[in-house]
Design a protein around this ligand. Structure first.
Ligand SMILES: *[C@@H]1O[C@H](CO)[C@@H](O)[C@H](O)[C@H]1NC(C)=O
Ligand SMILES: *[C@@H]1O[C@H](CO)[C@@H](O)[C@H](O)[C@H]1NC(C)=O
Ligand SMILES: *[C@@H]1O[C@H](CO)[C@@H](O)[C@H](O)[C@H]1NC(C)=O
Ligand SMILES: *[C@@H]1O[C@H](CO)[C@@H](O)[C@H](O)[C@H]1NC(C)=O
Ligand SMILES: *[C@@H]1O[C@H](CO)[C@@H](O)[C@H](O)[C@H]1NC(C)=O
Ligand SMILES: *[C@@H]1O[C@H](CO)[C@@H](O)[C@H](O)[C@H]1NC(C)=O
Length: 418
């Protein structure tokens, strides 16, 4: 026996059914948002065994080559010895797990993120975006202080709800499709902030690849992104000759950065070309080689940070480097992380264009970063309201100079429009 309905009644039933579905959708967990705890201890016996049994040369064949030719043997040996002996993953893991971690599924991608909320009801949401060879770990020293109330330059008390996602393909975020770009990452991170977490407006900070994602957010989501802070930019840093031709005067600190920019450009980008053109070669070669990943990644941490790294205020010591490389190795994400280069072969835009937004842009140049953007250049790409130069810190400000990065982000509050 069939139930026969006339078309109008059928439509009414369909609408009623759809309403029920929508109501159910609102209460069900649309993004599969779940708390997440790190547990990578199962991989430790193999890691320790491989670290211990990997042979290194007894002595360097060219001991005077210097870091210009890559990580020095003695640096690698020292890191390797610490990893095999005193480094205790369980201690590091417990520290990482002191933060609130979550995963959500957005457009089919599992996105891992830390979300630490302030107790203040008027806290400003901020998303902190890391790059390669970093991870969410890069920002851990700044999270808790940012959630705490602090009196800003305007005399207003500010605090932040801090979100630190892992880029797709990095550590606990799933590897995206081969054609995935930083603009796709920006889109799903905007969904993370607005729909998964329910923040109607927010602030972004980005470094390295994270600056590329942050700039995409700043340009394309101008109603939700209300301010942006950068320590790196996805625009070609100008050559020394061009800076001079434009009659731009550099401070002594900026002159140091300019030298770093020149040497990065001339001898420092081999990894970039490799990962852009043959990510599978390096990704598979080092897939099960913790010491290999340590040489490839650890060399960058050493070279791109302040020479005083590891001494206050920097917390970028060997333990931090080994924790970072352990995260890459134990999550088996070194290969997929390398792919971000191949997926976005033109990180640096050649033409400086202004993003269509009235949102304030703040920039901080850390002395030992690997590239220099004078104020005149930064002013071309957005509504520049603050340009700062710091005489301590390098490419990983969250580890290399956390107090200054905290100050940078608090400073954003001064310029927020709404
Ligand atoms: C590493 O090797 C040394 C001897 O070469 C041994 O004493 C130590 O127990 C090993 N450690 C691990 C974690 O395998
Ligand atoms: C990217 O690749 C996926 C499959 O992995 C495909 O479904 C999608 O259409 C592709 N997108 C574009 C823009 O080509
Ligand atoms: C980097 O090198 C390229 C090619 O030699 C050159 O065109 C560019 O201006 C250089 N950039 C910097 C920042 O030195
Ligand atoms: C730089 O200064 C020189 C000498 O005063 C002048 O000839 C040149 O036009 C200036 N260049 C720019 C780009 O302003
Ligand atoms: C590195 O710094 C942390 C604190 O930030 C400390 O707990 C750790 O012992 C240091 N590691 C080394 C090797 O000095
Ligand atoms: C956002 O961008 C659009 C054009 O892309 C522009 O018309 C609009 O004024 C911008 N809004 C803000 C708030 O800057």
């Amino acid at each position: 026996m069939g139930l026969s309905l006339n078309p109008t009644a059928r439509l009414a039933v369909a609408i009623a059914f759809a309403t029920v579905l929508v109501a159910a959708g609102a209460t069900t967990n649309r993004f599969d948002l779940k708390p997440f705890k790190i547990d990578l201890t199962g991989g430790i016996p193999r890691l320790k065994c491989l670290v211990n049994s990997t042979r290194l040369p007894g002595k360097a064949i060219y001991p005077d080559a210097g870091t210009d030719k890559g990580i020095e043997l003695e640096t690698l040996r020292e890191l390797r010895t610490e990893w095999a002996t005193t480094f205790d993953w369980k201690v590091q893991q417990a520290e990482l797990n002191q933060f609130e971690h979550f995963t959500a599924v957005i457009e089919g991608q599992t996105v891992h993120f830390v979300h630490e909320k302030s107790k203040a009801v008027d806290a400003i949401p901020v998303i902190l975006l890391h790059g390669w060879p970093g991870s969410f770990q890069e920002f851990l020293p700044v999270i808790e202080p940012l959630t705490q109330p602090s009196v800003s330059a305007t005399g207003k008390t500010v605090s932040f709800n801090v979100v630190v996602p892992s880029l797709p393909g990095f550590v606990f975020s799933s590897a995206p499709p081969a054609n995935w770009t930083v603009d796709d990452t920006a889109r799903i991170f905007n969904t993370l902030m607005t729909e998964v977490l329910g923040y109607s407006t927010y602030v972004v900070h980005g470094t390295d690849w994270g600056s590329s994602v942050a700039y995409s957010l700043y340009s394309s989501f101008n109603t939700t992104v209300r301010a942006a802070h950068f320590t790196f930019l996805p625009f070609f840093p100008p050559a020394a000759q061009e800076i001079a031709e434009n009659n731009i005067t550099l401070s002594d600190i900026q002159k140091v950065t300019e030298q770093r920019s020149i040497s990065w450009n001339t001898t420092g980008t081999g990894y970039d070309i490799e990962q852009t053109t043959k990510p599978n070669d390096i990704g598979l070669a080092l897939y099960d080689s913790p010491v290999g990943q340590l040489a490839w990644i650890g060399g960058k941490f050493k070279l791109w940070s302040d020479p005083r790294a590891g001494t206050p205020p920097s917390v970028l010591n060997n333990t931090a480097i080994l924790t970072s490389v352990s995260l890459y190795y134990l999550t088996q994400s070194f290969l997929s992380s390398a792919w971000i280069y191949a997926q976005n072969p033109n990180f640096f835009k050649t033409v400086y264009t202004r993003a269509p937004t009235d949102a304030p842009l703040l920039f901080s140049q850390y002395e030992y970063n690997v590239a220099l953007w004078p104020e005149e250049y930064v002013a071309k790409v957005g509504n520049l309201v603050s340009y700062k130069v710091y005489d301590f810190g390098g490419h990983f400000a969250g580890l290399d100079n956390p107090p200054s990065l905290i100050e940078d982000i608090r400073n954003v509050a001064k310029y927020l429009l709404d």
